[in-house]
Design a protein around this ligand. Structure first.
Ligand SMILES: Cc1cc2nc3c(=O)[nH]c(=O)nc-3n(C[C@H](O)[C@H](O)[C@H](O)COP(=O)(O)OP(=O)(O)OC[C@H]3O[C@@H](n4cnc5c(N)ncnc54)[C@H](O)[C@@H]3O)c2cc1C
Length: 185
């Protein structure tokens, strides 16, 4: 195992590269039939994508709740900032995107539970929820103003954590490849 990576986000979870050299796996430990490895790998990834989409949904929801609460207490120009339409509209867009991401996650999970093909829905859920997480956390930092940039408030951590959801278990670009292939075939 190589040294611990020094990461931008998800710092509560350690990441190391694991190296395998000359490893022999006994036949009885093989997952499924010979020659279907790629298929199994893709299926595992599709399932994992629902998990990462859900992680992104949680990050987005947390940032939205923090921004909403802050907007009710912070006063600027004589009123709570939630009364400024520029802030209220950010919160409206956050709530709408989060709801859409939640429904996509639930659809993909429902299809998986019901043993249907969930390749398309899991990619849609993953790309939408992760981009919602990134957008929402950046906007949540903005709602907090200068306090959003300091570590005492949690939104900057959520912004750093959100980024990985656009990268692992297949990047946003890769999800769009999966989605476009499915809709164009
Ligand atoms: C914290 C962390 C934890 C991880 N955990 C795991 C793990 O547990 N298991 C595991 O297997 N991996 C893990 N990874 C690896 C992760 O899945 C990969 O980093 C990710 O899939 C992207 O691959 P890459 O880094 O090789 O990027 P690259 O493939 O080099 O991509 C670089 C850029 O090019 C784009 N790109 C690549 N190919 C195309 C294409 N055909 N069309 C358009 N754009 C393209 C990508 O979207 C990206 O923007 C982890 C990575 C991190 C950072």
């Amino acid at each position: 195992m190589r040294q611990k990576e020094n990461k931008l986000g998800i710092r509560g979870s350690d990441t190391h590269t694991v190296m395998f050299t000359d490893v022999k796996v006994p036949k009885e430990n093989r997952i499924g039939e010979d020659g279907f490895g790629f298929k199994f790998a893709m299926k595992t990834l599709a399932g994992g994508r629902i998990g990462i989409a859900s992680q992104a949904l949680g990050i987005a929801s947390g940032a939205y709740e923090l921004a909403k609460e802050y907007s009710k207490t912070r006063k600027a120009f004589g009123t709570e900032i939630m009364n400024h339409q520029a802030i209220a509209f950010k919160l409206a867009d956050m709530a709408t995107r989060i709801e859409a991401a939640r429904l996509l996650c639930m659809k993909a999970a429902w299809e998986k539970d019901n043993k249907m093909d969930y390749t398309l829905s899991s990619s849609m859920a993953k790309v939408y929820a992760s981009e919602t997480a990134m957008w929402t956390t950046v906007e949540a930092v903005q709602v907090h103003g200068g306090y959003g940039f300091v570590k005492e408030y949690h939104v900057e951590r959520l912004m750093r954590d959100a980024k990985i959801t656009q990268i692992y278990e297949g990047t946003s670009e890769v999800q769009r490849i999966v989605i476009s292939r499915a809709i164009l075939k």
